[in-house]
Write a protein that binds this ligand. Structure first.
Ligand code: PLP
Length: 443
């Protein structure tokens, strides 16, 4: 399992070529390894719990394409479903049966009245908020610091994920979080603190009558894992009393924390929910749905326009259907994912302590982040808490894991994602690498 970082000639060559023709050499920023340094691995293939890069090096994968691959890569049920669909054509631009089947399955599993498919999570959140504005006739959106909802202009305000670290790994603090977002757009997005019920109550008391929607990550993955308190969840539901729509962004947590998502696990009652990642089983799919009276405002039924050339694509629907059906057919799958991730969390805690490295682990189900800072495990609750982490120590630790064949998320402010393909073998190898990577920090 032990490999050295010198075995990256092909990735380096590809990265050099890529930088000449693509900004930063990647098609999504976090892939460039800016906050951890080193050469991003160009991936050739992926099977089960493993990635193989262009140099032929195998890694135990803890990213799972940033969430979709909950069954592991190249799962036979998904491969067969996509391959069957492929024989019948790749895109129709007209409705087909698979879209109906997936919509029926998603509404049954989530309790949503109606659902509309898009091609990404960003399109789902962007469309859900347009719908909320169209339905309520109000303009303002409330989001939480460090929550990421994709890259639509109005949502790139105090956003988490890749926006939390800039080139040298320091924290980004500006609002809007991106150049190119007019301040006038950003002004329509109000920002509150995650897990701070009093701050949300105060904001809603002052501006509630103007608020179309409050959008939130039910469990945050994009500032590293942050778990909500019951008091915060209660405050979220109070926004509905002010006539604002509660929009759960389950792009990351949907079908991951339970077959009914975080909504089922935490007993949420959102008006609208957004999905992505797992719902497409590794192909490009997003969706939004919820109350039928609200969804009926979407075109062509209602006045809120939203469309997509490839929405409901037959290959993507096939992958989503196969993934959700496989998850639903295996009642023990979430308990197994949780057991693996809990053992990984326990190992991280013990090995960090053994090495004298301050680490605070947050874990729920198959999502986990080790924050490199001195705080009790499970105690970090907010963006400000996460931001206190030592990103340089994390970067060194990340490189230590990568050199030993473990592909962790290349940022302190991300969750890892465990898949059903991870077994005792991968756990043992991972913990061996974790032990050595902690030791590197003391070298
Ligand atoms: N919402 C959340 C919670 C996410 O984690 C992401 C992506 O990571 C998005 C929205 C955007 O989804 P996509 O990258 O498919 O546009």
């Amino acid at each position: 399992m032990t490999q050295t970082t010198s075995l990256t000639a092909q990735s380096e060559a590809l990265f050099a070529r890529a930088r000449r023709v693509t900004p930063g050499g990647v098609n999504s920023p976090v892939r460039a390894f800016k906050s951890v340094g080193g050469t991003p691995r160009f991936i050739r293939e992926a099977h089960g719990a493993y990635l193989t890069d262009a140099d032929g090096t195998r890694y135990i994968d803890y990213i799972g394409s940033w969430g979709p691959m909950i069954l592991g890569h190249d799962h036979p049920a998904v491969r067969e479903a996509v391959s069957d669909a492929l024989q019948l054509g790749t895109s129709f631009g007209a409705p087909g049966e698979r879209e109906v089947e997936l919509a029926e399955l998603v509404t049954r599993l989530t309790g949503a009245g109606k659902v509309r498919f898009t091609s990404s999570g960003t399109e789902a959140t962007m469309s859900a908020l347009r719908l909320a504005r169209g339905f309520t006739g109000r303009k303002l959106i409330v989001k939480f610091r460090g929550n990421y909802h994709g890259h639509a202009d109005g949502l790139l305000v105090e956003a988490g994920s890749g926006l939390m670290t800039n080139l040298d790994g320091a924290l980004g603090t500006s609002a809007p979080s991106s150049a190119g977002v007019p301040e006038e757009y950003a002004a329509l997005t109000l920002v509150s603190e995650y897990n701070d019920p009093a701050a949300l109550d105060t904001l809603m008391a002052e501006r509630g009558a103007e608020v179309a929607a409050v959008i939130f990550e039910p469990v945050v993955g994009n500032a590293g894992v942050l778990v909500p308190t019951p008091e915060f969840l209660a405050a979220l539901h109070r926004v509905q009393d002010a006539g604002a729509l509660l929009v759960a962004d389950e792009v990351m947590t949907g079908f991951r924390l339970s077959i009914n998502g975080a909504t089922g696990l935490l007993g949420l009652r959102p008006d609208l929910t957004c999905w992505g990642k797992i719902i497409g089983g590794g192909l490009p799919v997003g969706a939004y749905g919820g109350r039928a009276d609200v969804m009926d405002f979407v075109s062509p039924q209602g006045p809120v326009y939203q469309a997509g050339t490839l929405s409901g694509n037959p290959l993507a629907m096939a992958a989503g259907l196969a993934t959700l059906r496989t998850l639903e057919a295996d009642p023990g799958i979430y308990a197994r994912l949780d057991a693996y991730t809990s053992r990984l969390a326990d190992g991280l805690k013990a090995l960090a302590q053994e090495a004298g490295v301050p680490v605070s682990v947050n874990q729920i189900g198959s999502m986990l982040t080790p924050f490199f800072q001195d705080a009790p495990h499970g105690s970090l609750r907010s963006y400000a808490d996460a931001a206190r982490s030592d990103t340089r120590a994390f970067g060194t630790w990340f490189q230590g894991l990568l050199a030993r064949g473990v592909y962790w998320a290349p940022s302190q402010f991300e969750s890892i994602f465990v898949s059903a393909s991870h077994t005792d073998t991968e756990l043992a190898a991972t913990l061996e690498a974790v032990r050595a990577a902690f030791t590197d920090l003391n070298a």
